[in-house]
Ligand binder design. Structure first.
Ligand code: BES
Ligand code: MN
Ligand code: ZN
Length: 484
């Protein structure tokens, strides 16, 4: 656990194991601006001279380490390249890259010039300090203390940065946990343990309750596993709230594809298929800890998608919660089945709006890549609100359409709808399937986070390898925006 503080003191004067600052400009034109130019002044220009001498690079994300210099208190100097980038998100990333490179001890992060920048830097620094070492014999060193300069800070701002980044760490931990060690009941219990202490009402439906209430989608997806499914309902109620938003998160603790089994390569990171559920659970907990004046209900349909003698077969028809029937033509299109049940159940409580978060389709990765989530909506105003929240939070999301003509590709003679349709536009087809389970007239946003939920490569900015915790910041920001 990393401790955070703010300091309005000159960073050059602070004692630290490492000092992080920004290096801007091009290779032949390195520049130190803002707080970094004050650092350079404190050394009488020796800092820029040393950076030039070692041919430091200002390329975004490149970190150059220098030994200490007279005039600066820190034992190591870390110049993080920001190129020509400006803005809060680039500060978050620079802080994350710098703190990760610092590795250990007390790190002073001198990137901010005002309060808003300092808050972004604090967030990025804490996110960059994250490590998942539960399964390593030798835990890697990581920073224990982060000091953000450029602002005196306040208890409330320390609290916000801590709460949000702890929520993201919880999400990352759960995404990273091996699927053998995280099954539906386990995730449900962990959700209760996280949310319960913060005044959130917790309700968990086990397989008996799910059967009694006819949650055919969740039961159908979980049918092949010896570890039965769950539906988690978390409710945060604030006395001053004027709006209720429902969050729904896909929680497949492992997606083998079921009988429509995935190739080995495609299964490698399917432990991450509960990233949406983890995000909504963590986000509502953060919203409660921040005591935001809004009502939020978070729904997490949890199942393990496995092949076995009891598994749902291609050709089987599931009767979903609420009565619609679905012909399952591909058991690997399971996310939409658990989400369909949860969306209908969420809609029964007549929320003012619904946001679902799901690692739903490989087509998302094809369309937008690994770093940009897709936003689909039935309501342009609500869609714009969520995009605004994502922009504020620094999470890349891009609007995608729900073309009505694709709906016919899910027509079937056997049932009300099939669970797959046209392969082209697969992400949109999945969105259109979900739309069938959203109550008419309720503003709804669907976030497909398949790629962005998991970083298959090297760490960058504040993003580690593995689980990223994407969507948590957007959901918390959405609650903040609609609470004011
Ligand atoms: N969990 C996957 C989607 C996914 C793929 C997430 C890659 C992250 C990375 C989902 O359940 C799935 O298997 N979708 C299928 C749907 C298809 C059978 C219509 C897909 O995208 O291939
Ligand atoms: Mn699947
Ligand atoms: Zn899946």
């Amino acid at each position: 656990m990393v401790s955070l503080s703010f300091s309005a003191d000159a960073p050059a004067a602070l004692d630290a194991d490492a000092l992080v600052f920004a290096l801007s400009g091009a290779a032949d034109d390195l520049t130190l601006t803002g707080p970094a130019s004050a650092l350079d002044a404190a050394t009488g220009g020796a800092l820029l001279g040393a950076l030039r001498a070692v041919r430091a690079q200002a390329k975004v994300g490149t970190v150059t380490t220098l030994p200490p210099l007279p005039g600066i208190g820190a034992a190591r100097l870390l110049a993080v390249g920001v190129g020509a980038e400006t803005g809060l998100e680039s500060l978050r990333r620079a802080a994350g890259a710098g703190v990760r490179a610092a590795g250990a001890g007390r790190v002073v992060v001198a990137l901010a010039g005002d309060d808003a920048e300092a808050d972004a830097v604090a967030e990025g620094a804490l996110l960059g300090a994250y490590q998942f070492d539960t399964y390593r014999s030798e835990p890697r060193p990581s920073s224990s203390e982060v000091v953000v300069t450029g602002s005196a800070g306040s208890d409330a701002r320390i609290h916000r940065a801590t709460v949000v980044t702890e929520a993201i760490a919880w999400t990352r931990d759960h995404v990273n946990t091996p699927p053998g060690d995280l099954w539906p009941a386990m995730l449900a219990d962990n959700a209760a343990a996280l949310a319960g202490p913060h005044g959130i009402e917790v309700e968990i439906l086990d397989e008996v309750a799910l059967k009694a209430a006819a949650f055919g989608g969740i039961l159908g997806v979980g049918a092949g596993s010896v570890r039965p499914p769950r539906l988690v309902r978390l409710a945060w109620r604030h006395p001053d709230a004027t709006r209720t938003i429902a969050f729904v998160g896909k929680g497949i603790t492992f997606d083998s594809g079921g009988l429509s089994i995935k190739p080995a390569k495609a299964m490698e990171w399917m432990k991450a298929d509960m990233a949406g559920a983890a995000a909504v659970i963590a986000a509502i907990s953060a919203i409660a800890r921040l005591n935001l004046p809004i009502n939020i209900t978070a729904w997490a349909p949890l199942a393990e998608n496995m092949p076995s003698g009891t598994a749902t077969r291609p050709g089987d028809v599931l009767r979903m919660y609420g009565g619609k029937t679905v012909e399952v033509l591909n058991t690997d299109a399971e996310g939409r089945l658990v989400l369909g049940d949860a969306l209908v159940r969420a809609g029964e409580e007549k929320p003012d709006a619904i946001v679902d978060v799901a690692t739903l389709t490989g087509a998302q990765l094809v369309a937008l890549g690994a770093r940009v989530s897709a936003i689909m909506t039935n309501d342009d105003d609500f869609g714009a609100e969520v995009r605004r929240a994502a922009d504020d939070a620094g999470e890349a999301m891009w609007p995608m359409p729900l073309p009505p003509e694709l709906r016919a590709s899910m027509d079937t003679d056997i049932a009300d709808i099939a669970n797959i349709g046209d392969r082209s536009g697969g992400m949109l087809v999945a969105g259109l399937f979900l739309a069938e389970f959203v109550p008419a007239g309720t503003p709804w946003v669907h976030l497909d986070i398949a790629g962005p939920s998991y970083n298959d490569g090297k760490p960058y900015g504040y993003t580690p390898s593995g689980g990223t915790g994407v969507a948590v910041r957007t959901l918390v920001r959405l609650a903040e925006l609609s609470a004011t």
